[in-house]
Design a protein. Structure first.
Length: 289
C-alpha cells in the first residue's frame, strides 16, 4: 500500500509539475506577445511611412491640380473659340463702323488727294445758313439769322460759297478771318491761300501808316484782357482808342470800349510791317514806313 501510494504521489507531482510548466509557458507566450505589440515602432520606419504618405498626398494633389489646369485650359480654349466665332460673325459690322469713322475723319482732316490738310477744319465745318442778306443804307452788307438777330464772327454758306461776317456784323473783304482763312474782294473764302497758323505780334509803339496812323502799345504779355491798347489817329487830329484782344492766327480784335466783343478785326503780316484792319464794311491797310 505504501509503495502504491508513493507511486501515485510521484505521478501527481509530475502531473502538477507539467501543469505548472504549461501554465508558465502560456503566460510567457502571452507576455511576449503583449510586449511585442506594445514595443514602439522604429522612428526611421515611421518617417519613411510618413514620407510615403506625404508623397502620396502630394502626388494626389498634383494630379488634382493638373486635372484642374487641364479643365481650365479646355474652358479657356472653348471661350477663345467662341469669341473667335463671334468676332468672325461681327466682322462685317465692325468693319463698316471703322470705315464710317475713317471716312468722317478723312472728310474732316484730309483733302481729295488723301493727304492731311493744313488745318483741322475749314470754313465749311461750322458755316451757318438759313438766314438772309441785307444791305444797309450806308452800304454795309449784314446777315440776319432766322430768329432776327444779326450774325457776328461767323461763316455763312450761300450757294456753295463761304462768306465771313466780322465782329461788327458786316461782310468782310480782303483780310484774314479770326480762324486764319483769307477772304478776297468778293468776301468769300479764297481757297488758293493757306490758313495762317502763325502768331505774329504787332510792333509795340511803332506808327503804322501815313496820314492816318495806327499805333499799338503792348501793355501786358500775360493777360489778354489788357494785352495792348490801339490808337487810331486821323490826319485831321481825331483819335479812336481800342482794347486789343489776341485771337490767334496773327489776328486781333480791336474792341470798342463800350461794347464787349465787338470791334475791328486786325491781322498782322509775317514781317510785322503791315496791319490790315476790317470793320463796318471797310478794310484799311496800314504799313510801317
Amino acid at each position: 500500500m505504501h509503495g502504491r501510494s508513493s507511486f501515485q504521489g510521484k505521478v501527481r507531482v509530475i502531473a502538477i509539475s507539467l501543469s505548472i510548466i504549461l501554465i508558465l509557458g502560456g503566460c510567457s507566450s502571452s507576455l511576449a506577445g503583449k510586449e511585442k505589440s506594445e514595443e514602439p515602432q522604429d522612428p526611421q520606419e515611421t518617417t519613411v511611412s510618413e514620407e510615403t504618405n506625404e508623397t502620396g498626398t502630394a502626388q494626389e494633389t498634383a494630379a488634382e491640380t493638373g486635372a484642374e489646369k487641364e479643365q481650365e485650359a479646355a474652358a479657356e480654349a472653348s471661350l477663345a473659340d467662341s469669341t473667335a466665332d463671334a468676332t468672325s460673325g461681327d466682322q462685317s459690322t465692325s468693319g463698316v463702323s471703322e470705315m464710317t469713322t475713317g471716312a468722317d475723319a478723312a472728310l474732316f482732316l484730309m483733302g481729295d488727294d488723301g493727304q492731311a490738310s493744313d488745318s483741322e477744319y475749314n470754313p465749311a465745318t461750322y458755316a451757318i445758313s438759313g438766314g438772309t442778306w441785307d444791305i444797309l443804307e450806308s452800304g454795309e452788307k449784314i446777315y440776319t439769322l432766322a430768329d432776327g438777330n444779326q450774325a457776328k464772327n461767323v461763316w455763312v454758306e450761300d450757294d456753295g460759297m463761304y462768306y465771313y461776317v466780322d465782329f461788327t456784323g458786316c461782310l468782310m473783304k480782303n483780310n484774314y478771318t479770326a480762324d486764319g482763312f483769307w477772304v478776297g474782294e468778293k468776301g468769300y473764302w479764297d481757297r488758293s491761300k493757306k490758313q495762317r497758323k502763325d502768331d505774329v505780334e504787332p510792333l509795340s509803339g511803332k506808327p503804322y501808316g501815313d496820314g492816318t496812323v495806327m499805333t499799338i502799345d503792348i501793355i501786358n504779355y500775360s493777360d489778354d484782357a489788357t494785352y495792348a491798347k490801339a490808337t487810331l489817329t486821323y490826319s485831321f487830329g481825331s483819335k479812336e482808342e481800342y482794347n486789343v484782344m489776341p485771337l490767334g492766327n496773327s489776328t486781333y480784335l480791336l474792341e470798342y470800349k463800350d461794347d464787349f466783343y465787338t470791334g475791328l478785326l486786325m491781322s498782322v503780316s509775317e514781317d510785322q510791317k503791315t496791319l490790315i484792319v476790317s470793320g463796318l464794311g471797310c478794310t484799311d491797310t496800314y504799313t510801317m514806313e
